[in-house]
Design a protein around this ligand. Structure first.
Ligand code: ADP
Ligand code: MG
Length: 427
């Protein structure tokens, strides 16, 4: 992908925007971009530099993303809405073409990494509640103040706030930032010693951000669910590459599969409530360590059909009117609103799943389900808004069974996925 139209190859200490930003190390990458930690010489602080691929379609996408980010920053001058802030943007010409660049505030680890550090066991419910509050404030801002639908909410796209002092180098203890290219670093920096050292520091920093003080590898991970206690769970919504205004939509197929709402699968039209469906799926994942729905195509049925079946096994039968109202409905449902090719669904309600598989107490399961289930309403317009969710009593309840107790007893997760019980029905 490092060719004409593709990514821009960055080396440690490369300069951008006439020398204002100096690349420090790679933070991450996506389909369209690489993201680097950079030192901002104007403000003496660290920023995230998102460098888009240079082909025309990526340039278009970046211009759109900048447009969305500008309106986000415009409406939130005090930076208090838990949505990532755009600091600057410019174009950078390199050997692969001209790249749109976005300068964003530097944030910490993603919720996906947090879930991984916790060894997919689920976070303590009090932590989940905290994360929920920040994400909901962000969503309420996007939805009700700006009219923006994110359309790709998932754990990777929610980043913890870095607790590091931005005036200091986050990856060096007391050292100064890299202002000049290190000598002899001529191979693109990929294997150079300094890169390796920076990477090691970065890993440690990332572990610190998520409440870990030691190396993330090895048996230390086992203690992580205890270590994250006492850590501020503030977080922000990022990645507006696919966002749209509710009244200016362009994509029909939106959202990452596991977080996709039923109306998107059925092509019945969508609005802000698709983000609420993804939000609820993320909350389940935070609390249990497992994705809620992981559909797979099988013999005689597609991934979409499996997905609809999994939804109904957990949430009950989809009302006939809703099941039959989308452009895809005829492919999947008969006129009674039953799936054509997947029969005999094995129903397992959410509270029972939480108790049986994840060892929730009956009380925790009931309260948590009461928060989540309205968000999984098959009727999009009946799902609570972000603002309504913020009022939910579950967000403000204090006591929950400490999750070490839950986790100790979850020796082996029982597979309750019912895909293997599905019966193929010939056409
Ligand atoms: P894409 O649109 O290409 O998916 P993203 O905006 O999702 O790009 O960024 C890709 C990755 O870069 C993220 O998953 C994250 O690891 C990292 N990243 C993005 N923005 C920031 C930021 N503001 N601070 C720190 N890391 C970031
Ligand atoms: Mg992304």
């Amino acid at each position: 992908s490092y060719r004409k139209g593709g990514y821009h190859a960055v080396r440690v200490a490369d300069h951008f925007a006439g020398g204002r930003y100096i690349a420090q190390r790679k933070l991450g990458w996506g389909q369209f971009s690489t993201v680097w930690l950079a030192y901002d010489t104007t403000t003496s602080s660290y920023v995230a530099l998102k460098i888009q691929k240079s082909a025309a379609e990526f340039v278009q996408a970046a211009i759109h993303e900048i447009d969305v980010l500008l309106s986000i920053a415009d409406g939130d001058p005090s930076n208090s809405k838990f949505v990532v802030q755009l600091i600057d943007h410019f174009k950078h010409t390199g050997p692969n073409g001209q790249h749109q660049c976005m300068v964003l505030e530097f944030l910490g680890d993603s919720l996906l990494r947090l879930i991984r550090y916790n060894r997919y066991k689920g976070l303590p419910l009090n932590k989940v509640r905290e994360i929920c509050k920040y994400v909901l404030i962000g969503l309420d801002y996007l939805h009700s103040e700006l009219g923006i639908i994110h359309t790709d909410l998932k754990p990777e796209n929610i980043l913890l706030l870095s607790t590091i002092d931005h005036s200091k180098d986050p990856f060096r203890s007391g050292g100064s930032p890299i202002l000049e290219r290190p000598e002899g670093n001529t191979n693109g920096g990929i294997t150079s010693l300094i890169e390796k050292r920076l990477r090691r520091r970065a890993r440690t920093a990332v572990a610190k951000i998520s409440g870990r003080t030691a190396s993330i590898e090895g048996r230390e991970a086992a203690k992580s669910s205890r270590n994250i206690n006492g850590v501020d769970m503030r977080c922000k919504i990022v990645d507006f590459g696919n966002a749209c205004w509710a009244d200016k939509q362009f994509a029909e197929e939106i959202q990452t599969r596991q977080y996709r709402a039923p109306e998107v699968i059925l092509k019945s039209g969508y609005s802000f409530s698709v983000d609420m469906w993804s939000f609820a799926s993320i909350v389940f994942e935070l609390a249990t360590g497992d994705m809620l729905f992981t559909p797979k195509g099988g013999q005689g049925f597609s991934e979409d059909e499996d997905h609809l079946a999994l939804m109904m096994e957990l949430l009950g039968k989809m009302p006939r009117k809703i099941a039959t109202s989308g452009a895809m409905s005829k492919d999947y449902f008969d006129r009674h609103g039953d799936l054509k090719r997947i029969r005999r669904l094995k129903y397992l309600p959410l509270d029972k799943l939480l108790i049986d598989k994840y060892k929730f107490s009956a009380n925790d399961a009931r309260e948590f389900s009461a928060f989540l289930l309205p968000l999984f309403d098959f009727a999009p317009e009946k799902r609570p808004t972000a603002r309504q969710c913020l009022q939910h009593p579950w967000l403000n309840c204090k006591e929950s069974t400490p999750n070490e107790m839950r986790n100790e007893s979850t020796v082996e997760k029982v597979n309750v996925g019912m895909s293997n019980l599905k019966i193929k029905v010939g056409k």
